[in-house]
Design a protein around this ligand. Sequence first.
Ligand SMILES: [Zn+2]
Length: 70
Amino acid sequence: MKCHCGGLLRFDLQHLQDAVRLGLRDDVSLFWKCMVCGRTRKSDESYPLSQVVASLERFTTPIDAQASRR
Ligand SMILES: [Zn+2]
């Protein structure tokens, strides 16, 4: 998936982490952010937050685990 400007879109993890911190239980949309122009793109569908977080944890290292390893 690419931005209109041709830049690479990266998954906006920050947005989800904020939702988790706020304790949102509603469905959330996925956000992608362009690394070139900074434009964000929202997915058309929304998913239950718990489901999104569970799938994210498969390929991201939890911040807590990084901190305790130091
Ligand atoms: Zn762009």
